[in-house]
Design a protein around this ligand. Structure first.
Ligand code: ZN
Length: 338
C-alpha cells in the first residue's frame, strides 16, 4: 500500500489474517492465561475488543473519522471493518490518507498495547491520536489533486496534511448538431443498471429540424453495458430501415461501438445481426460518430427506462424534462461537460 513502510505492511497482513498474539488467539493455541485488556483494564483481551470495542481504541477511531466528516460505526470483526473501510474509500477524494489510516491507527493501538505490556508508561487516546497524525504526515502520501471541495480541504487540514487545491476543472461545451437536410440522425444508448444487471437500449431518430420522428426502448434482460450498447446500435439500424431512411447518421456515446464498426471487428454476439443489416447499409449513405454522453440525454433516458421497467416499445409521450431536452437540442443550445 502507498506510503506504508514494510513493517507496517507486514503488520497489516498479520492483522487481516488474525496472526497477532492477542490473548484470545493465544488461548486457541492452547496457552492458558488470565486475560485482561491492558488498554482499558476492564475486559478480557480479544482481537475485536482490542482494536474495535476498547474504550481507548474507540476514541482514536472517532477522532480519526471525524477528520473525514464520518462517524464511527460499531464493527463486529476486523473483516467487517476492512470491508466498510473499502466501501468508504470509493466515495472519498482523500483516498490515500484514508487507506493508510486504517493500518496506521491499528498499528498504533498494537504498539501501545505492547509498550504497556513491557512496562511502558500509558499514553492516553489524545496523545496516541497525535502520534497517528505524525505518522501519517511522515508517510509522504501523494496528495496531488485530492482537493476537490471545501470538505476535502478541511479534511487535509484536520489530518495536518498539506495539499494544494488542484487545477480548476475545465468545462467543455457540448452541442447536439442537427443532421444536414434530407438526413436523419439516430442516437442510440445502452444501459445496464448494475453491469451486469437489468439492461435496456434506447433509440431516437430525429430529422434535420431536430424533430423526433421515431423513438424506441428495448428491455435487454440481464446483461453488461458493453452488450447493451451493441444491441442498441443494431436495433437502431433495424428501426432506421423500418423508417426507410436513406441518409443515416448514427451517433453513440460508446467508444467501443464506434471503434468496432470503423475497424470492422464487431464482437461475436453482434456479428449475425450486423451481417443481416449489410444489404440495407450498402444501399444507403450512412456514417457513425461518437458523441459525449451529455449530448445523448434522450436515448439515455429511453435505455434506463427500459432497464428499470423491463418494458419494450415505441415511446411517444416523454416526461417534461425530456421534452425540454429535445427543445434544447432543436435550438442548438449547449450542455456542459466537466
Ligand atoms: Zn480494553
Amino acid at each position: 500500500m502507498k506510503g506504508l513502510s514494510p513493517r507496517q505492511s507486514t503488520f497489516g497482513w498479520l492483522l487481516c489474517h488474525r496472526k497477532l498474539p492477542t490473548d484470545d488467539i493465544m488461548r486457541k493455541k492452547g496457552i492458558s492465561l488470565a486475560s485482561k485488556c491492558i488498554m482499558c483494564g476492564f475486559h478480557s483481551e480479544t482481537l475485536p475488543h482490542l482494536f474495535l470495542n476498547c474504550s481507548v481504541s474507540r476514541i482514536i477511531w472517532e477522532n480519526f473519522l471525524s477528520c473525514f466528516g464520518l462517524i464511527w460505526k460499531d464493527q463486529s470483526s476486523i473483516a467487517e471493518l476492512i470491508s466498510w473501510w473499502k466501501r468508504k474509500r470509493r466515495i472519498l477524494s482523500v483516498k490515500d490518507p484514508w487507506a493508510a489510516g486504517l493500518i496506521i491507527v491499528t498499528d498504533t493501538i498494537w504498539k501501545e498495547r505492547n509498550h504497556r505490556w513491557h512496562g511502558g508508561k500509558s499514553r492516553d487516546a489524545s496523545l496516541l491520536f497525535k502520534k497517528i497524525l505524525r505518522t501519517l504526515k511522515e508517510s509522504n502520501l501523494d496528495l496531488k489533486g485530492v482537493i476537490r471541495s471545501t470538505a476535502d480541504l478541511l479534511c487535509c487540514r484536520k489530518l495536518g496534511l498539506h495539499a494544494a487545491p488542484g487545477d480548476p476543472p475545465s468545462i467543455l461545451e457540448v452541442i447536439w448538431c442537427k443532421p444536414p437536410l434530407a438526413w436523419s440522425k439516430i442516437k442510440i444508448d445502452g444501459s445496464s443498471m448494475e453491469n451486469p444487471g437489468r439492461a435496456g437500449g434506447g433509440v431516437v431518430i430525429r430529422d434535420s429540424n431536430g424533430k423526433v420522428i421515431f423513438s424506441f426502448k428495448n428491455f435487454l434482460g440481464i446483461s453488461m453495458n458493453y452488450y447493451a450498447e451493441f444491441m442498441s446500435f443494431l436495433h437502431g439500424i433495424r428501426h432506421a430501415m423500418g423508417q426507410r431512411i436513406t441518409n443515416l447518421w448514427i451517433e453513440t456515446d460508446s467508444v467501443a461501438v464506434v471503434t468496432a464498426v470503423q475497424g470492422k471487428s464487431l464482437p461475436w454476439f453482434a456479428l449475425q445481426k450486423w451481417l443481416s443489416l449489410q444489404h440495407y447499409l450498402n444501399s444507403i449513405s450512412w456514417k457513425i460518430t461518437h458523441c459525449f454522453r451529455e449530448a445523448n440525454p434522450i436515448a439515455d433516458y429511453l435505455a434506463k427506462s427500459a432497464a428499470k421497467t423491463g418494458l419494450s416499445g415505441t415511446m411517444k409521450d416523454f416526461p417534461t424534462h425530456i421534452i425540454e431536452e429535445i427543445r434544447w437540442d432543436s435550438f442548438s443550445k449547449p450542455r456542459f461537460r466537466l
